[in-house]
Write a protein that binds this ligand. Sequence first.
Ligand code: C5P
Length: 218
Amino acid sequence: MYCKIAIDGPAGSGKTTVAKELARRLNIDYLDTGAMYRIVGLYLKESGIGPDADEEEIQKKLENLFIEYKDGNYLVNGKIVGDEIRTAEAGVYASQYGANPAVRNFLTNLQKEICKNRSIVAEGRDIGTVVMPDAQVKIFLVASPEVRAKRRYEELKAKGKEISFDILLNQIIERDKNDTSREIAPLVKAPDAVEIDTSNMTIEEVIEEILRIVKNKC
Ligand code: C5P
């Protein structure tokens, strides 16, 4: 039987670090769905289409966007995607365009297809509720906005990118608002998900807690 693990939560809750390491330790695949929203957000922005554009217009534009997932890398129309999707602006575009039904429909179908017939750790905002409602393990990670902004600040600083803490905090609050208030697939804890507050936990503690749950369910 396949072991499917859904990890959801807001920006900076520790999802990516935890999900990647879990997949590595369990020797199963890993899917970062936020990266796909970033790819689509950037693509549509560059195409000059607004996030509130007509669904049909967006759908038509997305017909020319071919996203593949190979060996942990995303390819867009055959080209490997790099760090250009990791900027704060790309995160904001992802959140804005991710509220459009045509974008959600396009990516949800792709993600369901990728998650089919394999053991996987998938992370995002709607994995436990929409993409893998059948996952044996559902985790909802949370942390205070200040703790999350501080993590993003340190992460960007380590990459040589200095950006003000207050700007990051505002972006996080704004993104939370967008992600929890949108009509389709809002960021919400699945009824059968286990909530873990990571504010005062180390990554290792979070991983160990999830591994205990995985042992019981997979
Ligand atoms: O996880 P990450 O911060 O890279 O995600 C960027 C944005 O993409 C999120 O703020 C959210 O608006 C959107 N997203 C989403 N559904 C997902 C994953 C990400 O709406 N499953």
